[in-house]
Write a protein that binds this ligand. Structure first.
Ligand code: C5P
Length: 232
């Protein structure tokens, strides 16, 4: 993103892609496998959205979101999301937050502020980061970039199974409809549209298990790491 300082961080692996492709689980397992830190950037947009809902902001007003994001803190210690120090890990998964998060995602001020936090997270840390724009805009120099996708029908099936497991059963067709809407919005937004980086490896997880995807990525990264060691 223009205007952001270059950071001399650790190695960064970016994992971008649409909702329901298995990104969160894959990113978590990959980070564990490599012993690297994990950054869930969607959780940051969700935390900003929760703060905006609590403050009853008109989220169509960029100035209101811009002011808000300057007055809150969002921190991601391992496995938790803190908004102004409060643990909101579960609250940010509420359907209303999911639905309303597009306003924060469309806001240039929010994106700028979160990108700064995301880059700060990489300073001194090897990192697996997941989102929509990590390989394209936030970490264009990433060590390795992946774009994880799957057919929309498979993604909807996975999402509705996850929701059922959380005790919120949802019809697969409804989930598919809302997922397609979200994909279209994410891909069409004027700022930071969801698209694979030119140098990203596209991984289609349709028909693959999470283990297969994680094993593939971990092996690919280890190959790159050993190649780098050999050439230095
Ligand atoms: O991935 P998740 O569903 O948690 O993302 C929450 C919201 O944040 C979505 O609206 C998504 O489009 C947006 N997002 C984004 N850029 C990112 C990560 C998430 O715009 N890097």
């Amino acid at each position: 993103m223009k205007g952001l300082p270059e950071v001399s961080g650790g190695r960064v692996v970016t994992l971008d892609g649409p909702a329901g492709a298995g990104k969160s689980t894959v990113a978590r397992r990959l980070a564990l496998n490599l012993g690297w830190r994990l950054l869930d950037t969607g959780a940051m947009y969700r935390a900003v959205t929760l703060a905006a809902l609590r403050a009853s902001l008109d989220m169509t007003q960029e100035a209101e979101l811009a002011r808000l994001v300057e007055t809150i803190t969002v921190e991601l210690p391992p496995s938790r999301v803190l908004l102004n120090g409060e643990d909101v890990s579960s609250l940010i998964r509420a359907a209303e937050v999911t639905e309303q998060s597009r306003f924060a995602a469309d806001s240039p001020s929010v994106r700028r502020r979160l990108a700064t936090w995301q880059r700060a997270f990489a300073v001194g840390n090897d990192l697996v980061t997941e989102g929509r724009d990590q390989g394209t805009l936030v970490f264009p120099q990433a060590f390795r970039k992946y774009y994880l996708t799957a057919s929309d029908v498979e993604r909807a099936r996975r999402r509705s199974a996850e929701m059922a497991a959380r005790g919120e059963p949802a019809d697969v067709d409804d989930v598919l409809r809302s997922l397609r809407e979200r994909d279209a919005r994410d891909a069409a937004r004027a700022i930071a549209p969801m698209t694979p980086a030119a140098d990203a490896i596209i991984v289609d997880s349709t028909g693959l298990t999470i283990d297969q995807v994680v094993d593939f990525l971990a092996a690919d990264i280890r190959d790159r790491l050993s190649l780098r060691d050999l050439s230095s």
